[in-house]
Ligand binder design. Structure first.
Ligand code: HEM
Length: 511
């Protein structure tokens, strides 16, 4: 092992003079103002630019993609590795639908995430993926969705979320709304998918060991993608040092939690008839011939799908709405036209709120970028050549910021861009965009299975919260939150807010 370390150290020392040389060349040469493409050098490619922009990866890619003629570019990484980035809807349709079989997740993606996600749906291709997609899809039929919004979400909202907000309003305390929404979404996804209540959203805000471990596992796993060379994290893993040791410990906590859910469910199934158990986990276990480790992988992927996505979307939604009084007024009008506990159809039909959520996810998508690995040589519709084994990354964050797709007012938060006013009925109607221009939920055969469930949950939460409360950021004047992402996105440092109770007939919003 020591030999291996010495070898790595000598290799890095050998490269050091090149770095210095190229750093000075880079600083002293005139910048290429005509193009924002990162400079690329032999051997190290654009590693200097990648390093310089490591804390603002998404805005950086968005700037580059906005300035390319076709909305795509090739990023040259260390030792000649090419990665293709695209914000071009025709390319997105090509990789996600037309050439679906040529663009799987791929071996290197699966290896990178396998310690954390195992063979769960987010890390699966081919028959393994098909099986999981098919068995999971029952969870999203109308009957399950109705039950989800009218019982699971309703109960968590009325019994947990609203009382916590009410106490914060009475005590004038500051809450981290991002943390609260993550707890809410976590309880929700466990209840609907596994019939298990982890009780994370309690007034005491119990210390969430599992959530911390999940967060660590997610961050360290996704940081593997940023390694100069995969061999670096593989060596650290073999030596069980640094971030890899942290990952191993976090993953073992996450797995222990997920395994407990599976064992409890198995016990429950032995005691009850299968008719009484309708959640996803029961269905998987009842399908037989599945080993515990694989079921645990599925549980972890579902927690990832359900916990971090809707909570991220709602965090940015409440931030944007708090600064857009007109949007808030329209949402309130829509809420007040419905009963206090709206049923499935009434939630589904909240058109303006739906548009307001789409608009916030355009600017702050919960999954800001996603990639596929070419299984063979190909040429993208815009002419970029792709070699077998190269990754093609489509970038919803950048796509939401392309003038060519959304017009010159793309920086503005404007739900109306998703709506048409039906003048005769005096109502809004929703005008969607195709899923290749707006691949926030991905598109094609692997489009998000939980899209409708997510909208129902988010709209019901918005209705419940904004009907009674104003959400006021507890931040300094001029504060701009920072968008960060580890596979899924977050507001850096959380979202501190004060909660203010509205009067019964109070439709006013803070300018
Ligand atoms: C705002 C909320 C959500 C967004 C933006 C979102 C987005 C996405 C995206 C981008 C993918 C593709 C990921 C990939 O393959 O790399 C995906 C897949 C998936 N999502 Fe969602 N998601 C959301 C909520 C949910 C919820 C609440 C569930 C419920 C469990 C869910 C279940 C799934 C599943 C099972 C897949 C895998 C589909 C497949 O690979 O065939 N999602 N989602």
């Amino acid at each position: 092992m020591l030999n291996l370390l010495e070898l790595l150290a000598s290799f890095l020392l050998f490269l050091l003079p090149f770095f210095f040389l190229l750093f000075f060349i880079n600083r002293n040469s005139p910048s290429k103002t005509s193009s924002k493409l990162p400079r690329s050098y032999p051997l190290i490619g654009s590693s200097l630019a990648i390093f310089a922009n490591r804390n603002r990866v998404n805005p950086w890619f968005a700037e580059i993609l906005r300035n390319t003629p076709t909305g795509s570019f090739v990023l040259h990484r260390f030792l000649g590795v090419r990665r293709i980035f695209t914000a071009n809807p025709t390319n997105v349709q090509h990789i996600l639908k037309n050439q679906f079989h040529l663009y799987p997740k791929g071996d290197s993606f699966r290896t990178t995430l396998s310690d954390f996600l195992g063979a769960g749906i987010f890390n699966a291709d081919d028959n393994n993926w098909k099986f999981q997609r098919q068995i999971s899809s029952h969870e999203f039929n109308t009957r399950s969705l109705r039950k989800f919004v009218e019982t699971v979400v309703e109960t968590e909202l009325s019994n947990r979320l609203l009382p916590i907000l009410s106490t914060a309003a009475a005590e004038k305390s500051v809450l981290d709304l991002q943390d609260i929404l993550q707890r809410f979404a976590f309880d929700n996804i466990c209840l609907i998918s596994f019939g298990f209540d982890p009780k994370y959203l309690l007034p005491s805000l119990p210390s969430a060991d599992f959530a911390i471990a999940f967060e660590d596992a997610l961050r360290t796993s996704s940081e593997r993608f940023a390694a100069l060379l995969p061999v670096i994290w593989k060596i650290k893993r073999a030596l069980d040092i640094g971030s890899e040791k942290k990952l191993r410990l976090a993953v073992s906590k996450v797995r222990e939690f997920a395994e407990n859910i599976v064992r409890e469910k198995k016990k429950e199934l032995k005691e009850k008839s299968s008719l009484e158990t309708v959640d996803l986990l029961s269905r998987i276990l009842n399908s037989g011939h599945l080993d515990e480790s694989f079921v645990t992988d599925m549980v972890i992927s579902f927690i990832l799908a359900g916990r971090d996505t809707t909570s991220a979307a709602l965090t940015w939604f409440f931030w944007l709405v708090s600064g857009n009084p007109n949007a808030e007024k329209e949402i309130l009008k829509e809420i007040r036209e419905r009963p206090e506990a709206p049923v499935y159809d009434e939630v589904k039909d909240m058109v303006y709120t739906h548009a307001a959520l789409c608009e916030s996810m355009r600017l702050y998508p919960p999954v800001p970028s996603d990639g596929k690995e070419a299984a063979g040589d190909d040429v993208l519709p815009d002419g970029i050549v792709v070699k077998k084994g190269e990754r093609v990354v489509y970038h919803p964050y950048a796509m939401g910021r392309m003038e060519g797709l959304w017009g010159p007012d793309w920086p503005e938060y404007r739900p109306e861009r998703w709506l048409e006013r039906d003048l005769s009925a005096g109502k809004w109607s929703f005008v969607g965009r195709d899923s290749y221009t707006y691949p926030v939920f991905q598109a094609g055969p692997r489009i998000c299975l939980g899209k409708e469930m997510a909208f129902l949950q988010m709209k019901r939460v918005v209705a419940g919260v904004l009907r009674r409360f104003r959400v006021v950021p507890a931040t300094e004047e001029g504060f701009e939150p920072v968008f960060i992402s580890y596979l899924t996105s977050k507001m850096k440092g959380g979202f501190p807010v004060r909660i203010e109770e509205r009067g019964d007939c109070d439709l006013t919003v803070k300018a």
